[in-house]
Each structure stands twice: as C-alpha cells, then as structure tokens.
Design a binder for this molecule. Structure first.
Ligand SMILES: Cc1ncc(COP(=O)(O)O)c(C=O)c1O
Length: 411
C-alpha cells in the first residue's frame, strides 16, 4: 500500500455532494467577485476565529503583505521574524522595501524564541551589534505559528508593548490553534491565514484571510485589498487586487463546518504516532537543544542522536489550559534523515522537509549578510526535520506501517 504525504482525494470523497452543490450554486449565480458567498464565509470564519474583523484575500502571502501595507511599512523599516518558515513570511517584508531581521527559534516548538527576541531588542546580542538597526525603525514582529502550534505569545506581546511594535501573526498553518484559550490571530494586531489546498482548511486553489483587531486598521485593510478604492473608482490609497474568489469562499464555507473534527483527528493521529514510536524504543530522551558549528555558509555539523528520533513537542501555549495544537504537520527530528527518507520512499510512503534551507541563508537575502551561525537552531532543525503523513483519513494500519518502516531503517 502506498501512503501519500497528504490525500486530498480522500477528504473530497467524504464531502463531495455538498462541495459540488456549493460550487454549482456560485456558477449558477454568476457572481464570482465579492458578493454574498464571500460575505457569508467572512462572517462564519470571523466567528470561528473569534476575530473582530476578517477579510478574505487572494492568499496567505497577500494577507501578510496587506498587514504590512496597513501599518505603512516604509523602505528601510525593519520587521522581526523567524528564519524557519515558508518564504512568504519574509518575502512580504522585502517586497515593500522593508528589512527582515531573523531571530532564531526554540528547538522544541520550532517557533520564534522570545528570549533571543528580548536579547536582540535590548541590544544585548551579537546580531544586534552587527545589524545595528535604528531602533525607531523596527516596526513589527511576525511570529509564525509553525506546524499548527502557536508561538509563545505572552512574552512576545509583552516585548511588542515595551518596544511599541505591531504584531502580525503568521497563522497560515494554524487556523483554530489556541494559546491559553485564545485563538490564533487574536493575540496580535493582525492574523494572516492561508487556505492553500494542503492546509487544515484548504481551498480548491489559492485563498487567504486577514483578521484585524483595530477598527481603523480593519477599514484600511478592507479597502487596500480592493485597489484602495471607496467607493469604486475613487482611490483613497494605492492598494492591490487581492480578493477571495467566490467559488473558493463557497468551498471553504462547506469545509469550515468540519474543520474542528478534522483537526481533532489530526491530534489523535499525532498521539498515536508518539505512542508507536515510544513502543518501538526509538525516542531520544535526552533534550537535544541544537548546537550547530560551521566554518562556511550552509555546511556544518549538528548534534547527533544516532538511530533515534525526537518527537514533536507540545509547548507553552498548546500545553496550557485550553491550549491547542492542530497538527498541520507531524514533524520529527532525526540525524539519519537520508536513511529514513530512502526507507520511506522504498515503501511508497510520502514525507517532506519543511524547510530544508532557513531564510537567513537563502540566496535572495544574501545582501543581509547573515551567517549560518546567526541562527544555529534553525540550521540544525532544517538538517534534521522530517514531516510524516498526517490527514484525518489516515488509518491506524497506515500509521503502524509508517512507524515500522522508520523503525526498520534505524535499527
Ligand atoms: C508559514 C506560512 N506563511 C505564509 C504562507 C503563504 O500562504 P499562501 O501559500 O496562501 O500564499 C504559508 C503557506 O504556504 C505558510 O505556510
């Protein structure tokens, strides 16, 4: 039996009639741009996210761009973010002429490390001395809630208050995640969500959403996505064309009803993986905090923990009362990744590396002059992380087969 990394056909087959009816309804209405399907979905998703304001847009990447446009990010302004994320997080900053500052992640949550963030903002670390930012030009922090688990938002919001910075949550992978009872997108000034088809709530193409806390900024986002016009053809701002398509809105309205049960099932699967890996005796118990040494860009050595794996951990927010990890990805760490991947490939089992090259050493950011060593944990994790199949329809036999295959490769 082959097991794909993600099986969207399996999901579609469970809701096919509902989805087909919803899409047909849009086609019959011939209202493809904005209109009632989009409005209805925006209302439902705002309620789901417990957000004051929610606006559909063309993608998660555009949601990030719109948030930065709404705070009037100027060329030469700085925005702090994680280097261990999808490119779009930092791409949005650079597209507006901003300068990303990459602060390293925690080894167990894979999210922005608040301690390193404080050291940087207080000017107490090597990176600050090298970047020498004009502190007044640091405008925002983009914490990324990677793999479905929120960043440690309490100390991050404290720092944002202290240094007068906006918070733009990159919640592209975390719709419905909670940190101490608060849903993703609600702890910052903005929440940016992606409905890329592979996400927990996936559209039938590109789609995204931005949630906003402040009414004035919400109004600005609302017109920025529509070429900055209000009314039509009267342009208050230079905006962009970034609307949520009506067909996508109709698909998402159907899927939203199932989202919580799908995310709960993902967590069940994650716990089952953990249990099976434990019973195979494969789990590394020593905390491996990720040290990384290198002499040149990219190449280097990480901590090794031969023939064992490190399980994904639920950390501060997810572990708290009313916290929630939605397991967009189930990501293990292994220092024998090549061996594991070839064993999985031989059995036709999908896996993927999110992300093989951290952003601080990407070629397109080379003018920022980061060295690999500036973010050692990200380097180490990008050498060791491996995401395994996770989707609600994955069954116990398939999970057992994946665990056995990895076990055989490592023993
Ligand atoms: C962390 C993160 N940020 C931003 C994005 C961009 O979202 P989209 O692909 O919808 O533009 C993604 C999704 O791919 C993501 O995973």
């Amino acid at each position: 039996m082959s097991i794909p990394l993600l099986d969207l056909q399996a999901q579609y087959s469970t809701i096919k009639d509902e989805i087909n009816d919803a899409v047909l309804e849009v086609i019959e209405s011939q209202h493809f741009i904005m209109g009632s399907f989009v409005k209805e979905f925006e209302k439902e998703v705002a309620e789901y996210c417990e957000a004051d304001f929610a606006f559909g847009c063309a993608s998660g990447s555009d949601a990030l761009l719109l948030a930065l446009m709404a705070i009037d990010l100027q060329p030469g302004d700085y925005v702090i973010t994680s280097p261990f994320t999808f490119f779009a997080t930092a791409g949005a900053i650079q597209r507006l002429g901003g300068i990303p500052i990459f602060i390293d992640i925690e080894h167990n949550s894979f999210n922005l490390d608040p301690k390193r963030l404080r050291d940087f903002l207080e000017g107490n670390d090597e990176l600050f001395r090298r970047v020498k930012p004009d502190i007044k030009k640091i405008k925002a922090i983009i914490p990324v809630h990677l793999y479905g688990q929120m960043a440690d938002m309490e100390p991050i919001t404290e720092l944002a208050r202290e240094f007068d910075l906006k918070i733009i949550e990159d919640a592209a992978q975390s719709i419905g995640s909670k940190y101490k009872g608060v849903k993703a997108g609600n702890l910052g000034d903005f929440g940016c969500f992606s409905f890329f088809p592979s996400k927990n709530l996936g559209a039938f193409g590109d789609a995204g959403l931005i949630t906003v806390k402040n009414e004035e900024l919400a109004d600005k986002v609302n017109i920025l996505r529509l070429h900055g016009a209000r009314p039509k053809y009267y342009h208050k701002l230079v905006g962009i064309n970034s609307r949520l398509d009506a067909i996508q809105a109709a698909v998402l309205s159907v899927k939203l009803k199932y989202l919580d049960s799908w995310s709960d099932r993902r967590r069940e699967i994650a716990l089952l993986y953990n249990e099976l890996f434990e019973s195979e005796g494969l789990v590394e118990k020593e905390p491996i905090e990720c040290s990384y040494s290198c002499s040149s860009r990219g190449g280097g050595d990480c901590d090794l923990f031969d023939n064992k794996i490190i399980l994904p951990e639920e950390t501060t927010g997810a572990l708290s009362k009313d916290g929630r990890h939605i397991y967009h990805q189930y990501t293990i760490r292994t220092s024998n990744r090549e061996k594991v991947v070839s064993a999985l490939n031989a059995e036709n089992i999908g896996s993927s590396i999110y992300y093989p090259v951290p952003l601080h050493i990407q070629e397109c950011f080379s003018d920022l002059k980061y060295s690999a060593q500036d973010c050692p944990v990200s380097m180490c994790v990008s050498n060791q992380s491996l995401s395994l199949p996770i989707y609600p329809e994955l069954n116990k036999d398939q999970i057992k087969k994946i665990v056995k295959t990895i076990s055989k490769a490592l023993k």
